[in-house]
Design a protein around this ligand. Structure first.
Ligand SMILES: *Cc1c(COP(=O)(O)O)cnc(C)c1O
Length: 401
């Protein structure tokens, strides 16, 4: 018999964290992770059962695209698997220089830099571009990686009300001329409500108050502005100084990106700690990302299909009487406003083969608990009808609609 040895933490350490974990469980703040038995797409197989997938950022259905897989396999054959060390020290595959150029083309900037993840892009770039004596104005619903990037920087911060131009203007007036530089940071599309930042107004204020603008377009790329994202949607690409994004959403892959002027990009490359000190993704991912960008820039039909699905599903939920809030994009919440009911609804939908999860405090403010639906270009009308009919059944039986 093989004896397995498990080395335990000190008794008091174990007890301490066991108690903290128990608190999380009691507050219902624990994730139950599903186990996929195949690729993720418009549908996914979990524990032998097929589900309609409404919980991924895979907007353009590229996560399992055969061309991305092929590109990755070819890159493995040519460049092997592992990157060896951080790109700064060990170098990167020649394909990476091509990817940087492609991202610059995609973001319509002079140059671009690729990070291991979107999170690492914000955590590294924000502290690189602001310093002591600067101030950051940040939307109150910005993504956690922006919040952490701000925390890691030496700049001061001021939070403005969500998408509130008047409040942003007030705050700009307060800080104007008191700091060396002002940086306004916003998500392009907000991930919980699916609303779009008012970049027209924000960039106008930035001109007026000499501020810099940083847009994290994780959920806008591939979706808005013919795929080029939220600055293109408003036609203000030339008024955004830092164009941040990720390969992990519409592009169906993984990795972060930031586009800007050549000197700015080279400065960030040499200052961002998450670029200098964290190993990048394998060459296979470089190749797949390159392919994903090519597809997004040429296959506009995917984007049209995504929007068709989005309109269809949102109208369906609205007509059933669900509250879809401020959704303007393929992120379509069904806002329930009660933790217990949201959980019950999610469970009923899941039991009916709809892959959704409850989104509750602390991910969203109390009273706005919801199920977040994300449609993708690969959903058929039949998929969406099936999901809507499950919503109808569950919503009625729980007295939500
Ligand atoms: C998902 C997301 C990120 C993080 O990107 P990853 O590539 O998943 O690390 C950053 N910002 C926003 C707004 C996001 O939605």
């Amino acid at each position: 018999m093989i004896r397995v040895v498990i080395f335990m933490a000190r008794g008091w350490v174990r007890d301490h964290y066991a108690a903290k974990l128990k608190e999380l469980i009691e507050r219902g703040e624990i994730w139950e992770i599903r186990r996929l038995m195949g690729p993720t797409g418009p549908r996914a197989v979990v524990e032998g059962r097929e589900f309609i997938m409404l919980s991924t950022n895979n907007y353009l259905n590229l996560a399992n695209d055969p061309r991305l897989k092929r590109a990755a396999i070819e890159a493995i054959e040519k460049y092997g698997w592992g990157p060896g060390a951080v790109w700064a020290i060990a170098g990167y595959p020649e394909l990476m220089a091509e990817l940087e150029r492609k991202v610059a083309e995609f973001k319509r900037t002079e140059a671009a830099l690729i990070f291991p993840t979107g999170f690492a892009t914000n955590a590294g770039s924000i502290p690189a571009i602001v310093d002591q004596g600067d101030i950051i104005l940040s939307d109150e619903l910005n993504h956690g990686s922006i919040i952490d990037g701000i925390r890691l920087s030496r700049a001061e911060k001021l939070i403005y009300k969500h998408c509130d131009i008047a409040d942003l203007e007030d705050k700009l007036r307060q800080v104007h001329k008191k700091y060396n530089k002002i940086l306004i940071i916003t998500d392009g599309v907000f991930s919980m409500d699916g609303d779009i930042a008012p970049l027209d107004g924000i960039t106008k204020l930035a001109d007026e108050f000499n501020a810099m603008v940083y847009v994290d377009d994780a959920h806008g790329e591939g979706v808005l502005g013919e795929g080029h994202g939220s600055p293109a949607h408003y036609g203000v690409e030339d008024k955004v100084d830092f164009h941040m994004g990720t390969f992990s959403k519409a592009l169906g892959s993984t990795g972060g990106m930031i586009g800007s002027d050549r000197d700015i990009i080279e400065y960030i490359r040499n200052r961002a700690r998450s670029w200098l000190l964290s190993t990048g993704f394998p060459p296979a991912v470089v190749a797949a990302n390159l392919k994903a960008l090519e597809i997004v820039m040429t296959e506009k039909d995917r984007i049209r299909k995504l929007w068709e699905n989005r309109e269809y599903f949102k109208r369906g939920l609205d007509e059933l009487g669900f509250n879809t809030g401020k959704s303007q994009t393929p992120i379509i919440p069904a806002i329930i406003g009660d933790t217990k009911k949201t959980r019950e609804l999610a469970k009923m939908l899941y039991d009916m083969g709809i892959f959704v999860v409850p989104i509750v405090f602390p991910m969203v403010p109390r009273g706005t608990e919801r199920i977040r639906n994300q449609v993708n270009a690969g959903h058929t009308k039949e998929d969406l009808d099936k999901a809507l009919s499950a919503y109808e059944k569950a919503g009625r039986s729980l007295g939500i609609i």
